[in-house]
Design a binder for this molecule. Structure first.
Ligand code: B12
Length: 438
């Protein structure tokens, strides 16, 4: 049987991700899972950001798409075409799980939740051409997971990925993770993670955990110590919370994180407006000493980029400039995204009365204002975020920030900083140009 797995384009017409140097983790993982349980299946992967995907010219018995919310309209269009030509289509991922009835209309089968516990059954049904409409996965234990399959691409990537845990104990209203992966965190066995990263032919990674150090400080230190011992010449970045840096063992955590190859962290600042933080139920995740936590990380030579939302209903016009000033003060960069109420989240229910009619899911991409705001028009908010990004990511600002990284991180934190900031600045500029704002 021939299985084709597709990662859909990001953003409007895919242009936001042009040059995204990260191999789509879900495809490499699903390829591994397939070959682990059915080695005779012929798997092919397509990253539709990098390659033209032509539904009329493909050779596969079953086609699987992974679906984030902004990708749904493109996927549905392609899936409808494929089904009309007699292909079996399977859809999975966060959006499909949040809105199964919508997704079902475009698929022979939908996979809800995690795939591990149902993938074998689904592949067997596909072989017999007898797919069920819905396969619902349960939360699997994370031992014995397959390593990513990295040699099926027609294109080259700079970054691979590794994952050490799933699930999140926090329940932020904007986030899909606690509902999708559960509130109890499951960790992979340390030796399996270390073996996988050490054995990879890649040198640079994105640690795709939602929280690289927030799960269990003791266990994370143990993981980093083992990585420091066995993983040589490999470097990575990942997302983390701020509260963990206020833990009594935080200095040890950071010391071993650095030794394990961590060069940069995308830190969940979430919002610079206190009322928004409350609306997002993200206050406890911050702890009291947000600024000190950032200084601690930077002192270890680890670069910081703040993950921050703006444009929420509690935010105010001055918050855009506030984010720029915050970055200047802390000497860090930020990835500002428009607050977006994704389906299936609590924020979606809170913002439902204010959603603007007529937007399809591809506008839920962190660039568009999809709901009404008490004082700022959608256009105002979209322009304000474009301006903020352009102020943050001018070449002089990028270079200034790199020069402020501690020499303890030299050279990899400096190099990573450039590799993370520069393409973002370029993509933001391109987006502004397309919107006629440059
Ligand atoms: C890596 C990542 C990215 C990468 C993707 C890299 C790439 N080249 O593919 C990048 C940086 C591009 C990215 C972008 C965005 N992301 Co993102 N991202 C993630 C992250 C951290 C990990 C996802 C991942 O790869 N996991 C590893 C794989 C192995 O697991 P998985 O995807 O969960 O897959 C399992 C199941 O879902 C299922 N499955 C999934 N797909 C399929 C398909 C089939 C056919 C089958 C059978 C099964 C199946 O099987 C897998 C095994 O169990 C998640 C957080 C998370 N915990 O999921 C957020 C997450 C997916 N992202 C999210 C968001 C919001 C975004 C953005 C919209 C952010 C923004 N505002 O700019 C953009 C999308 C841009 C766009 N315009 O499309 C949200 C999703 C919300 C939603 N409703 O879609 C998440 C959940 C984060 C969150 N906290 O809520 N992201």
């Amino acid at each position: 049987m021939k299985l084709l797995l597709i990662s859909p384009p990001f953003g409007e017409k895919g242009q936001m991700s042009k040059g995204l140097p990260i191999a789509p983790p879900v495809l490499e993982y699903l390829a591994g899972l397939t070959l682990q349980i059915k080695p005779d299946v012929k798997v092919e992967l397509i990253d539709a950001n990098k390659e033209l995907f032509d539904p009329d010219k493909l050779d596969a018995d079953i086609v699987g798409f992974t679906v984030l919310t902004p990708q749904a309209p493109w996927v549905y269009k392609m899936a409808d075409k494929l089904r009309a030509s007699g292909r079996q289509v399977v859809l999975g991922g966060i959006h499909v799980t949040a809105l199964p009835d919508e997704a079902k209309a475009h698929a022979d089968a939908v996979v809800l939740g995690e795939a591990e516990t149902i993938w074998n059954e689904l592949l067997e049904d596909a072989e017999k051409n007898r797919l069920k409409t819905v396969y619902e996965g349960t939360f699997p234990e994370l031992s014995g997971l397959p390593a990513p399959v990295t040699n099926l691409w027609n294109t080259k990537y700079v970054y691979g990925y590794f994952q050490t845990s799933r699930g999140c104990p926090f329940s932020c209203t904007f986030c899909s993770v606690h509902k999708f992966f559960g509130g109890k965190v499951r960790m992979r066995p340390i030796d399996e993670v270390v073996k996988e990263v050490a054995g990879s032919s890649r040198k640079l990674f994105w640690g795709i955990d939602d929280n690289i150090w927030g799960v269990n400080t003791g266990k994370t230190i143990e993981l980093y110590r083992e990585m420091a011992k066995s993983v040589r010449g490999k470097w990575w970045f990942g997302s983390g919370d701020i509260k963990s840096l206020q833990h009594p063992r935080s200095q040890e955590l950071l010391k071993y994180a650095r030794k394990a190859g961590l060069t940069a962290v995308l830190l969940g600042w979430e919002s610079n407006n206190m009322s928004s933080l409350e609306e997002y139920k993200a206050v406890t995740k911050q702890g009291r000493e947000r600024r000190d936590a950032i200084k601690k990380i930077r002192d270890h030579g680890i670069e910081v980029m703040l993950f921050i939302m703006v444009g929420g209903r509690q935010d105010r016009r001055e918050d855009y400039e506030g984010i720029f000033n915050l970055c200047e003060e802390l000497k860090v960069s930020a990835h500002p995204v428009m607050t977006t109420p994704f389906p299936g989240t609590e924020l979606y229910d809170i913002y439902k009365p204010y959603l603007i009619e007529g937007f399809d899911w591809d506008s839920y991409d962190g660039n568009h204002a999809v709901f009404e705001h008490p004082t700022m028009s959608p256009r105002d908010r979209e322009e304000a975020i474009i301006r903020l990004r352009s102020d943050l990511f001018s070449i002089p600002k990028i270079l200034q920030r790199i020069s402020q990284i501690s020499w303890r991180g030299f050279p990899m934190s400096h190099i990573t900083s450039w590799m993370v900031q520069f393409p973002q600045g370029r993509a933001f500029k391109q987006y502004a140009r397309d919107k006629g704002m440059v």
